[in-house]
Design a protein around this ligand. Structure first.
Ligand SMILES: C[S@@+](CC[C@H](N)C(=O)[O-])C[C@H]1O[C@@H](n2cnc3c(N)ncnc32)[C@H](O)[C@@H]1O
Length: 258
């Protein structure tokens, strides 16, 4: 039925399908084609969209990703063929996800496109580690930045709130070095949350001056969210992980990968 196709850009959350929105689950259940990233719950698509053809366009370090222009071409071509195309992305599509470029490309091609917001790892990873981004008396706000390209460390050093860095592992030594050189307190608590919501989620905590060294010693890898600020010192992690995050996610994971 050519002409009735459409594109839904879906934020898939940090990875555990439990953290998809109801709207995201509905979109996946009605998809004819899913173009999926490496992040998010792509691993669970056999359960979430059993009727759909899944195309892996995932970006992974050391692997040739499908170029952005080709992803946009596929979205438009499948929609023009009358299909419901779901573009499944990790986290929220409009947070360092190039979702807005895909919306613009569809709109320019006259293809109907909607966006389903997702739970960004910028918010979910700290929460799943028991770290609040704001806390009365400790942080009145937060900023979310990318480590690639690296923002001006002196500007971050002057920010009065919690700093959240995505895609920041490679730049961590330069980022922290630059912040300390700009006068940032070296004893400020910090944390790195790897693979948030997955069965092997891990949190590494250190004073910011020791963070890069600690991470390289224990082999912290991407995907990971870096949190810098007094809130990273709050110690509720274990209780949060077990009661609200890791434990239910872990059980679901085991069910779906059995
Ligand atoms: C290209 S950005 C996409 C961000 C995504 N749109 C979002 O809102 O979460 C990829 C970065 O997101 C972060 N990230 C995504 N999923 C994650 C997870 N499950 N655990 C930790 N970090 C994650 C990492 O910093 C990773 O390098």
């Amino acid at each position: 039925v050519t002409g009735l196709g459409r594109v839904t850009i879906v934020g898939g959350g940090p990875g555990d399908p439990d953290l998809l929105t109801v709207r995201a689950v509905r979109a996946l259940a009605s998809a004819d084609v899913v173009l999926a990233d490496r992040l998010g719950p792509a691993w669970a698509l056999a359960e979430l969209a059993p009727q759909a053809v899944v195309v892996d366009v995932g970006k992974e370090p050391g692997r040739q990703p499908v170029p952005q222009a080709e992803i946009e071409r596929l979205l438009i071509a499948h929609a023009r063929a009358g299909l419901h195309v779901v573009r499944l992305k990790g986290g929220d599509p409009f947070v360092f996800g190039r979702g807005s470029e895909e919306v613009l490309a569809c709109a320019a091609a006259g293809v109907a496109v909607t966006v389903v917001p997702g739970l960004s790892s910028a918010l979910a990873a700290p929460a799943l580690a028991g770290i609040p981004l704001t806390h009365r008396g400790l942080a009145r706000g937060f900023t979310v930045v990318t480590g690639h390209p690296l923002p001006d460390p002196a500007v971050l050093a002057g920010y009065d709130g919690t700093i959240v860095v995505l895609m920041g592992m490679a730049a961590l030594p330069d980022l922290v070095g630059g912040m300390l050189a700009a006068g940032f307190d070296p004893a400020t608590p910090s944390a790195v949350i790897e693979r948030a919501s997955m069965h092997d989620q891990r949190t590494t905590r250190a004073a910011v001056r020791d963070l890069a060294g600690t991470c390289s010693r224990i082999g912290v890898t991407s995907p990971a969210v870096i949190v810098i600020g007094a809130v990273a010192g709050l110690g509720a992690a274990a209780a949060y992980d077990d009661e609200l995050g890791r434990d239910p996610g872990h059980r679901l994971w085991k069910t779906m990968t059995r």
